[in-house]
Design a protein around this ligand. Structure first.
Ligand SMILES: Cc1cc2nc3c(=O)[nH]c(=O)nc-3n(C[C@H](O)[C@H](O)[C@H](O)COP(=O)(O)O)c2cc1C
Length: 210
């Protein structure tokens, strides 16, 4: 499918066909795409929690204000960021980068890289959190496009009690904070949104040229 056709085809699904499940092949492609998503400085301070269990989905439903997508979707991806940036996050990133490029961690370029990361991240904790949230949204944007191209239906969801989800699923104890829930699967032919056309601001309002 042409990319514009794919973006027109996709929409935020309100009613999934609960009888249809995504294959492992599709799920693996989605996971690979998430792994390849670029992030600021390449740090990937995030974790994607794949939810397949019906029991966990049932637990999430009231936390997501009873939105039906939670239980009807084939899978959920809870897109989390780290609660805070720790020194070990930078250590492990530098180690991976050195290993990938067959360099020693003690190599001058790696030491410089390490230093520049620490300088960039020496910002107030509140700013770090906003910055990490933003990185998750980049992954979300990428994911929505990949799903459209793969003809996987989806709904991005911010409509949930973030604090309660973090507590009830034990994310807080794992240094994680849930930013968005991504429901994916197949649209139901009964979804009322299928009757509606896409609503977008006109190009002349959205763009300017200088
Ligand atoms: C970050 C984000 C959070 C959203 N949260 C919800 C949600 O909690 N529940 C829902 O039904 N739709 C949610 N949506 C879907 C939007 O309402 C929808 O994408 C928007 O109206 C544009 O319509 P379209 O995606 O069908 O083109 C969310 C979308 C985004 C991008």
């Amino acid at each position: 499918m042409d990319i514009i056709e794919a973006l027109k085809w996709r929409y935020a699904v309100k009613k999934f066909d609960a009888s249809r499940k995504l294959t492992d092949e599709k799920i693996n492609k989605v996971k690979k795409a998430l792994q390849l998503t670029p992030t600021s400085m390449g740090l990937q301070l995030m974790k994607f929690v794949m939810v397949e269990s019906d029991e966990i989905k049932k637990k999430i439903t009231p936390i997501a204000y009873n939105q039906p997508q939670i239980e009807d979707a084939s899978h959920l991806i809870i897109m989390c960021r780290k609660t805070d940036v720790q020194s070990t996050d930078i250590d492990s990133f530098i180690e991976t980068a050195a290993l990938t490029n067959e360099l020693e961690v003690s190599h001058e370029s790696m030491q410089d890289y390490d230093k520049s990361l620490r300088v960039s991240l020496s910002i107030p904790e509140e700013q770090q959190k906003i910055w990490m949230d933003n990185q998750v949204y980049i992954a979300l944007g990428n994911l929505m496009t990949v799903c459209a191209v793969e003809e996987i239906d989806a709904c991005p969801m911010e409509g949930f009690n973030r604090k309660k989800l973090n507590e009830d699923l034990g994310f807080t104890n794992q240094n994680l904070d849930a930013v968005v829930i991504f429901a994916l699967g197949y649209r139901s032919e009964e979804d009322y949104r299928l009757k509606f056309k896409k609503v977008r601001r006109p190009m002349k309002d959205l763009f300017s040229t200088i």
